[in-house]
Design a protein around this ligand. Sequence first.
Ligand code: NAD
Ligand code: GLY
Length: 359
Amino acid sequence: MNGRTLRVALPGREYDIEIRRGALGSLPAKCRELMPKAERVFAVTDETVGGIYGGRAVSSLEAAGYKVRLHVVPAGEESKSPEKLVEIWETMAAFGFTRSDAVVALGGGVVGDLAGFAAATVLRGVNFIQVPTTLLAQVDSSVGGKVGIDLKAGKNLAGAFWQPKGVLIDPDCLETLSDGTFSDGMAEVIKYGCIRDAALFRRLAALGGRDGVMSEIEDVIYTCCDIKRALVMEDERDTGARMILNFGHTLGHAYELAGGYKTWTHGQAVAAGMVSAARIGRALGATPRETETQIREILEQYKLPEKIECPSEIMREAVSLDKKGSGSSVRLILLKALGEAEIYPIERERLLALAEDVR
Ligand code: NAD
Ligand code: GLY
C-alpha cells in the first residue's frame, strides 16, 4: 500500500495519522469511515487554501452524498479569534449541524486550531478530522489535540484538548506553499531532530533544502509525527514529557512578541529561540558547544535566522506569560546532546539574566 499510517493510541480516543501523497482525494471515504453517521460536513478553511483545494474537497464530498458547507476565514493568525469562533458556531447552527455530523479542518495550523476548537465546543463537542496543508500543521499542530484561539492578552489563551477522529496528511499539498511558509515548518522539523532524533537531524543536513526534503517527504513527516505521537501518548495533557516540544519556544515567544507577531513568523522565532536555548544550555554547562554550532549551520541551510533582537522588557513580558512555568520558575528545554532534550526548571530572573548574557 502507498503511504504510511501511525496510530495515536490514547485509550478511548485513539486515531490514525495517514500520510500519503494524493490522500486529499480520499477525504469523503475517510469521513465515511471515521464518522459513519454524519450527513453534513462543515469544512473550515482559509482564503488561500480554499482557493486552491476548497472546490475539489467540496465537490468530492457532495458527490459522496454529503450536505457540505465550506466556511472560509481570512488567511493568517488574526482568524484565530473569538469573533471567528462565534461566526463558525452561528453558521453551523444555521446549517442545521447536529451532534452526529462532521467538522473538517482543511488548512494550516490556524485553521486546525480554530476549527478544532469549534468542534470541541459546539453542541458540547463533535467529531472532526484534521486535513493539514502546511508543513508545520502536518508535522505538529494537527496531531495531539491542542485546539484553541488567541486572546488580546496573548496567543492560545483559550482552548481545549480535543483529539480529532483522524489526521489525513497529503504531502502533495506542500507543493503550493511559499518558500517562507515551508521554511517555517522546517524549524519544527529540525526541532524534532534536536530533541529526539539525531539521525533525523543529520539526514536533514544532508538533504540540504526544500527540494531534498520533498524527495523524501512522506518519510520525513512520518518520522516527525512518530515522535509527536509518542510524546502525546505519554503525556496527553502536557504536564511532563510533551513539554520537550517546547524547545526553542520560550525565547521564541519573546522574539515573536518583539516583532508584534508581524516581523517574524513563528518558525523564524523558534529557530532563533533554539540557538538561544543552546547558548543558555552552554552557559549552564548542559549543552555542548558543538550542538550549538550544528544548529546554527542547519538553520542557515534552511534559510532560518539564528538571532533576533529583543528588548529586555519584552523578554521579561514573554517569560512571565510562559505557560510552562509555575510560581517564579520556568521549565526551560535544553539539549544534553543532539537528539536528547531535558526539562530544566530555572528561576525566571536567572533565565532573564542568562538571556541577556548570551545575546
Ligand atoms: P497558517 O495556518 O497561518 O498557514 C500559513 C500560511 O500558509 C497561510 O497564509 C495559509 O493560507 C497558507 N497555506 C496553508 N496551506 C497552504 C498550501 N497548501 N498552499 C499554499 N498556501 C497554504 O500557519 P501555520 O504555520 O500552518 O500554523 C501556525 C499556527 O499553528 C499558529 O496559530 C500556532 O499557534 C499553531 N500551532 C498549533 C499547534 C498545536 O499543537 N495545536 C502546534 C504548533 C503551532
Ligand atoms: N506544539 C506543542 C504541543 O503540541 O504540545
